[in-house]
Design a protein. Structure first.
Length: 765
């Protein structure tokens, strides 16, 4: 949610491209970004019969953080942010506010002010009967002040005494309930057939909801058509990023009330495009759906299937060149394949990475206020980065801040994944500072008398680095001699310099497999090459709509995780091709018969019947240490059931010890495929995917770690030996005892030799 909030904030400052709607003059009180934004009065000029939809935004979903909606004496403001799509306009907006004020506040003197894009649109005067109780109020928001990106700010004016009050007094508070919500009614707007706004309206950066983009084929697509769709899905996934994405597949029909992508060749096209002119080149075209001017179709056209691939490559590589209602792709020349671990969304591991490369929106590294909001950065790391023996991660931190008035305990605190790392005092009269910080994997806290070691901080695939500038502000109310003095609080400004850097270079890549957590959270091992040049997808010869949706969702998810489209992914429906290629394998549907191994992995069979292997001991997650003996199969169970069942399975490739296979399977029922696709879309369900097999049912996701493990990557033999000993304490202790005994024997023999030489010298005398 930090990512979402900051991203909206940046675009509020004017970085967004405005949609093609009418513009009204702004109020003098409104900032420049609101003045240039489209407003709801445009809807009066549109068709009164245009489709409407209701949108309900709960504060629990859009609040920046769990505690951000609590207003306090020194932190009197909070806000939520939301966007409006370019093809919609708000016709009605209601703010349903639930709040509980402190019983110590003075009625009438205390108020809650509501701002929409810095324009005050509501005022709640607190009365005596409201104090200490849960209250509800509804405020109508003027649609004229709603832009493409919007911010609702709540500000508390709280008083507990008529004179000599301390603004930091703990009795000044007002809690905003998470059941508060914003109710919007939005009306569709007709859009021109113009690709210059692409990827709008198919993907709109203003829309924080998961991307749902249907893809339409005339019939069961060929391999090249599937590859073209998979590449396009991964490109849209790279745009959707943290939102999530799904790509429902339809054959020879359009979705209801949704934009869609349609793939068609001159010889094979859906019925609703029978009268569309043939093309002589790979072509990208935007048109309205038949009989519906409010829903658009993105037509991917070509003379044959190869033209469809070229058209998609043109979109991925030349998006900014698209314009008009039709664009032809004359040629696309792909350069050298991507190198390993160079995904745009990942931290570089071949050199130092500056904070400027990690920022996701403008002014992300700045903050201000009486207590500045934390500054956060996201670190996406390759799952196989081997940090077991690393002493720490070096970070050069350069920061500036408005100096405290005096030595008052103000500090900068650094947190990694919500765990405290280190703090630095903010010195008075200093305007800049530089620290060389080591993000230790084992962080030590020392004082003059003892040393305390805190357990290792685990770096995962997605990590949050947070900088908290905590100022100790001085407030004065009444004094002992009866005088009343007031010190007006001064806002502070803090900046983390963009030239600050963090260094993950020099570490090896080595990981224990199978690891479905690495696949679910980072697309590994396929995402090792961002363009999926080392990936082969094995599909069925006659894929159904649900299987196609699974394929596109899987590739879209990888694009979101790497930030780059899968331009070099290969597909096949012939298992013999997989044997001949040195690639990681992604299977959609069923495992070929000659790869089924009853000793190590479960497979699904027809009619919702399946069998699975249960290990001796089952950990709660793959973080829990588990011996190989615990993963041995204890029993094999066969169960027949009518309920839908899907699975995600990982195992070692039978053709190359350094290659892996991940299979996305379902029992054949439409509901089972829906369960599989929803599990891949839902971040909370993906969090339960780990180990070597994840079973997906109506009740949720259950993961198992069973069978033999293997390792992918390279470690020198001495590091492999040390890693093996570190995971087996008994053998480590045994080796330590042997080393001590050998050292003692060597010392004993040395002493014997010295003693004999001394005795021999005495005899000579």
């Amino acid at each position: 949610m930090t990512r979402l909030t900051g991203w909206f904030t940046a675009l509020l400052m004017g970085t967004a491209t405005l949609s093609c709607l009418a513009v009204q003059p702004a109020s003098p009180m409104m900032p420049t970004y609101a003045a240039a934004a489209p407003i709801a009065l445009t809807a009066t000029a549109s068709d009164p019969n245009a489709p409407l939809r209701d949108s309900l935004l709960n504060f629990a979903q859009v609040a920046p953080s769990p505690g951000s909606m609590a207003l306090r004496g020194t932190q009197t403001t909070s806000q939520i942010e939301f966007g409006v799509r370019s093809d919609e306009v708000v016709t009605r907006a209601l703010l349903n506010l639930s709040y509980r004020p402190s019983p110590a506040l003075i009625p009438t003197l205390s108020q809650l002010k509501i701002y929409l894009n810095d324009e005050m649109v509501g005022l709640v005067t607190l009365t005596a009967d409201q104090l200490g109780k849960r209250n509800q109020t509804q405020i109508s928001l003027d649609p004229r002040f709603i832009a493409d990106f919007n911010r609702i700010r709540l500000e508390l004016v709280g008083h507990y005494a008529n004179v000599c009050e301390n603004p930091a007094n703990s009795t000044i508070w007002l809690d905003i309930g998470k059941e508060s919500r914003l109710d919007l009614t939005l009306q569709k707007l007709p859009l021109k057939d113009d690709l210059s706004h692409f990827p709008e309206p198919f993907f709109d950066a203003r829309d924080a909801r998961p991307l749902t983009l249907p893809m339409v084929f005339s019939t069961q697509p060929t391999l090249n058509q599937q590859r073209a769709a998979a590449m396009l899905a991964s490109w849209f996934g790279s745009k959707a990023a943290w939102r999530g994405q799904t790509f429902p597949v339809l054959y020879n029909q359009l979705p209801e009330q949704q934009h869609a992508v349609v793939f068609a060749t001159n010889a094979q096209r859906p019925d609703f495009l029978n009268d569309h002119p043939s093309v002589s080149k790979p072509t990208v075209e935007i048109v309205s759906q038949p009989g519906n001017p409010y829903e658009k179709m993105l037509l991917i056209l070509g003379r044959d299937d190869n033209d469809l691939i070229t058209a998609v490559q043109g979109i991925a590589q030349g998006e900014l060149l698209l314009r008009g209602d039709t664009s032809t792709i004359d040629s696309v020349k792909l350069r050298e394949p991507r190198k390993a671990y160079d995904a745009p969304s990942w931290v570089r591991t071949d050199r130092r990475t500056t904070f400027a490369e990690l920022t996701q929106y403008q002014n992300q590294l700045q903050s201000d206020g009486l207590q500045p909001n934390p500054i956060s950065l996201t670190l996406n790391l390759p799952p196989d980065l081997f940090l077991v023996r690393a002493r720490g991660i070096d970070m050069d931190l350069i920061y500036r801040y408005s100096a405290p008035i005096q030595q008052d305990g103000s500090r900068l605190a650094v947190h990694l994944n919500n765990q405290f790392m280190q703090d630095y005092p903010l010195q008075p009269k200093d305007t800049a500072d530089k620290q060389i910080l080591r993000l230790s994997l084992i962080q030590g806290l020392q004082d003059s008398s003892r040393q305390l070691t805190i357990p290792a901080l685990r770096l995962g695939v997605v990590n949050q680095l947070r900088f908290d500038f905590d100022y100790a502000n001085t407030f004065i109310g009444g004094t002992a001699d009866g005088r009343c003095e007031t010190v007006a609080p001064v806002g502070h400004h803090v900046v983390i310099d963009e030239s600050s850097s963090i260094d993950f270079s020099g570490y090896r890549h080595y990981i224990e497999m199978p690891s479905l957590r690495a696949f679910a959270n980072a697309g590994f091992p396929f995402s090792r090459y961002a363009d999926l040049s080392q990936t082969l997808v094995l599909v069925n010869k006659n894929p159904g709509q649900q299987q196609m949706t699974t394929l596109l969702d899987a590739l879209g998810n990888m694009g979101a995780q790497t930030g780059y489209p899968a331009l070099r992914v290969q597909l096949t429906d012939d298992w013999r091709n997989a044997k001949e290629q040195d690639r990681d394998l992604l299977m959609i549907g069923t495992i070929p018969a000659d790869l089924q191994d009853e000793r190590t992995i479960n497979t699904l069979v027809e009619a919702a019947q399946g069998w699975m292997n249960k290990p001796m001991r089952q950990p709660l997650s793959d973080i829990t240490a588990q011996n190989s003996s615990d993963r041995q199969v204890e029993s094999t169970t066969t169960i027949g059931s009518r309920g839908p069942l899907a699975a995600i399975i990982g195992f070692q490739s039978p053709f190359n010890a350094q290659r892996s296979v991940v299979a996305l399977l379902a029992d054949g029922s439409p509901r089972a495929w829906d369960l599989l696709n929803s599990a891949m879309l839902d971040s909370s369900k993906r969090g339960n995917v780990f180990g070597s097999a994840a079973i997906i049912r109506e009740s949720g996701v259950d993961s198992l770690r069973v069978g033999e493990s293997y390792y992918v990557g390279h470690l020198p033999w001495w590091e492999r030996l040390w890693n093996a000993l570190a995971t087996h304490p008994f053998w480590l202790a045994s080796c330590a005892v042997i080393v001590v005994v050998l050292f003692a024997l060597m010392a004993w023999r040395l002493m014997r030799m010295v003693s004999r030489r001394r005795l021999a010298e005495d005899d000579d005398e």
